[in-house]
Ligand binder design. Structure first.
Ligand code: HGY
Ligand code: MN
Ligand code: MN
Length: 408
């Protein structure tokens, strides 16, 4: 029983056409019309294979192939929502490879021992609704359905409204089925596997994530008449903090990353000293103590800048997820499957956040990576050669088969 790799590549290509950007990327931001269209397309493929499709209260989608002994399913899956101008593989590859596995069982009318399930989690990217990994976070009991429903998007809509509008306010109780195991297949989105010429990454954990929203408020004023010593320049404050974030990563050292992804000045006019700037700071580290130290320095820096520039700052904790260790038995199983195929692999931690880091709270979980060309992701240039995509799908397939025979 072999996977139909042509179908897999064709489906990756077909899905990528939904929300295609001028630069050839994907824009299917969570619970927008484009995300809905992508969801509807993948559900039609799930139904083509006769899978049982269910939607839960947070819009997570589950397609299940019944096994001989029903009960806890072996679950795989990921997300198909994207960042604003993303690639075609981030999340989608894991969902479509998982669907390919279930479709192959169905094509050959082979019944697995356990139920097999492929999931699409809502709002993994978190660019419209924070926090990210929202669908899997609710599924794992991290926040309640009601708390999630009330979250307001960056464009002023509640999650509940958008679930209703797109037809994905499901009735299945969120988190009602605890998987026997969860394995997520994903592109690495970083440079490690390619630099080591490895085909597969056995992912042992995910680094901690800290997202902070900062609003600096100063005084809008005339760019020409306002003496420099009388300014309360919110943009100068925000730029100083952006420079500090880089210094924080140097101070904390190897493994600390820091990103200022959003800086929005108001009134954003050429001849007006900005009175307000909204910005975000994304800090990550696999070591929680060092991540906490980075956060502490960040807040000290914000206070220093406010004193010097005579502005005020409001901060908001948008996301705080601790580092996660995956299930070592499943990691060893993935490594064993890969070795048996004579394929080169590395063990590594994930720099990016994933739904698996939420599922690890409720069931044995691990991830499989395939290389990303030049380590590029969250960018239309995101690319992984088909031979790597094929190998990754096969390793997931063989790993699920081994687990289906109670190998964990
Ligand atoms: O932010 C992340 O790492 C993920 O892509 N949501
Ligand atoms: Mn992803
Ligand atoms: Mn992503």
């Amino acid at each position: 029983m072999n996977l139909n790799k042509t179908r897999l590549h064709n489906r990756i290509e077909s899905l990528s056409k939904i929300g295609r950007t001028a630069e050839g990327g994907s824009r299917r931001i969570a619970l927008t019309d484009a995300d809905k269209a992508g969801r509807d397309l993948v559900i039609s493929w799930m139904q083509e294979s006769g899978l049982q499709v269910q939607i839960d209260q947070i819009g997570n989608i589950f397609a299940t192939l019944k096994g001989k002994k029903s009960g806890q399913p072996i679950m795989t899956g990921s997300h198909i929502d994207t960042v604003g101008n993303g690639g075609h593989l981030d999340g989608c590859y894991g969902v479509l490879a998982g669907l390919e596995i279930l479709a192959t069982y169905a094509d050959h009318e082979v019944m697995p021992n356990r139920d097999l399930c492929v999931a699409i989690f809502t709002n993994e990217e978190g660019v419209r609704f924070q926090p990210d990994m929202l669908g899997s976070l609710v599924y794992a009991g991290g926040i309640t359905v009601d708390e999630a429903h009330a979250i307001v998007s960056t464009d002023g809509k509640t999650l509940h409204e958008e679930l209703i509008r797109t037809g994905f306010l499901g009735t299945k109780k969120c988190g009602s089925v605890i998987p026997y195991a969860f394995i997520e297949l994903h592109i690495e989105q970083g440079p490690i596997l390619e630099s080591k010429n490895d085909f597969i990454g056995v992912v042992e954990g995910v680094q901690g994530i800290s997202w902070t929203g900062v609003t600096f408020r100063g005084q809008s004023n005339h760019a020409g008449t306002t003496p420099m010593n009388l300014r309360k320049d919110a943009a100068y404050a925000a730029s100083s903090l952006a420079l500090s974030v880089r210094e924080i990563t140097k101070e904390i050292g190897e493994g600390q990353v820091g990103t200022v992804g959003v800086i929005t000045p108001k009134p954003n006019l050429i001849n007006v000293v900005p009175g307000e700037v909204k910005m975000t700071v994304d800090l990550r580290n696999i070591d929680d103590e060092r991540l906490k130290k980075a956060e502490k320095i960040l807040h000290e820096e914000i206070e220093n800048i406010c004193r010097q520039e005579k502005v005020i700052a409001e901060t908001e904790k948008l996301v705080r997820f601790e580092p996660v260790q995956f299930n070592m038995r499943i990691c060893s199983l993935i490594a064993d499957v890969t070795e048996n195929e004579g394929i080169s692999y590395s063990r590594l931690n994930s720099g990016a956040g994933h739904d698996a880091q939420m599922m690890a709270r409720i069931c044995p979980t691990a991830m499989i990576f395939v290389p990303s060309k030049a380590g590029i992701s969250h960018n239309p240039k995101e690319y992984t050669a088909k031979e790597f995509l094929d190998v990754g799908a096969d390793i997931l397939f063989k790993t699920m088969k081994r687990i289906d025979h109670d190998d964990i």
